[in-house]
Design a protein around this ligand. Structure first.
Ligand SMILES: NC(=O)c1ccc[n+]([C@@H]2O[C@H](COP(=O)([O-])OP(=O)(O)OC[C@H]3O[C@@H](n4cnc5c(N)ncnc54)[C@H](OP(=O)(O)O)[C@@H]3O)[C@@H](O)[C@H]2O)c1
Length: 321
């Protein structure tokens, strides 16, 4: 039945969008991926169609939504590039996609913002831009489902890399902040449900994974997976605030990312409605197992073997069921 429902996924080369492509295909939806570069799709085998276009350039999006019932977008900035700006990527690109969806008669738009984004918007331009898109979608008259997720596994696994590389983890901010890390495929199941379940239409929902953990506990799980003693040096949140203030005149995108971190690292409750079943401790153990196997049995992070070559998104997406 779902095979008759056609979905365009924007952000398909990223962690969240790539997971949504995979999850929707496993639920037998028909999936079109939007990408600037098809070679960057991690899982083209899950796409029924690939549409090449630049979301920041509306003239390249003509036809993106033809014959489409649902549009999902997770396009956004997580890299440290200076250009294009936060506004061009987070706001303009997503508005361009919304305009295409309206013009083509799409029924349903699904979008992700970030947990507590309306509060975060007081200090963080990324949150402002994402919430402006939320406002435009809600006001569009189209059916919508908006998710405000906590951190996904691709963000949290940076704890593992850092601990593996240095043997010590430099923890900025409040270690008692609670969150429930979310796996992309668990989120994709939720998106699939939102398409067919009318109780998920025209709602804005904060979401996270099944397990609520403090940041302190997450660091401990990373060291446990690495089979090493927990070693943590704490740095005050002020260090991020200071770095953000200093960088702002030179690198606005980096400033915006630092302000996102400043909020997330000191807001005590960063938990959303629990969904899914995958746990971050299992993901850390799987990273360790794969990394050790690829090194012929030696432990990741051994001094002669830097860990920088781990392919994070692929590893967490392949966690056993
Ligand atoms: N990951 C998290 O923990 C988390 C938590 C809460 C909210 N979010 C929100 O969700 C968004 C997506 O997260 P993610 O982890 O999937 O990020 P990601 O892996 O970096 O993916 C970002 C996507 O946006 C696309 N994109 C970036 N710049 C673009 C541009 N100039 N033109 C067209 N497309 C562009 C990327 O395409 P290319 O591959 O072509 O660059 C990629 O498909 C984030 O930006 C964030 O605001 C993420």
């Amino acid at each position: 039945m779902t095979r008759n429902i056609r979905v365009t996924v924007a952000g398909a080369t990223g962690y969240v969008g790539g997971s949504v492509v995979e999850g929707l295909r496993s639920h037998e939806f028909w999936v079109r991926a939007l990408t600037r570069d098809p070679a960057r799709l991690k899982n083209p085998q899950f796409c029924d169609d690939v549409f090449v276009g630049h979301a920041t350039r509306p003239e390249t999006l003509r036809g993106l939504c033809d014959g489409i019932d649902v549009v999902f977008s997770s396009i956004g900035i997580r890299s440290f590039a200076r250009k294009p700006t936060v506004w061009e990527v987070v706001y303009t690109a997503n508005i361009n996609i919304l305009n295409e969806a309206r013009a083509a008669g799409v029924k349903h738009v699904i979008f992700i913002s970030a947990l507590r984004a309306p509060e975060m918007a007081r200090i963080c331009p990324i949150a402002v831009a994402r919430e402006m898109v939320v406002g435009a979608i809600v006001g569009s008259g189209l059916r919508y489902t908006i998710y405000r997720p906590t951190a996904f596994f691709n963000d949290i696994q940076e704890v593992f890399y850092s601990a593996a590389k240095r043997g010590v983890y430099y923890q900025i901010g409040n270690p008692e902040v609670r969150m429930n890390p979310l796996h992309g495929l668990d989120f994709a199941d939720e998106v699939a449900q939102a398409i067919v379940d009318s109780s998920r239409w025209n709602i804005i929902r904060p979401v996270g994974g099944p397990e609520i953990l403090s940041r302190r506990a997450i660091v401990a799980l990373a060291f446990q997976a690495l089979e090493r003693p927990v070693k943590v040096r704490r740095l005050p949140t002020g260090s991020i605030s200071l770095a953000a203030a200093l960088i702002k005149p030179f690198h606005y995108n980096l400033y915006s990312i630092l302000k996102f971190m400043e909020f997330a690292l000191q807001t005590e409750d960063m938990t959303g409605d629990p969904i899914g079943r995958r746990r971050i401790g299992d993901a850390f153990r799987e990273l360790f197992r794969r990394e050790r196997a690829s090194r012929g049995g030696s432990r990741p992070g051994a001094p002669d073997q830097p860990i920088a070559d781990l392919n994070s998104a692929a590893v967490v997406q392949q966690l056993p069921g």
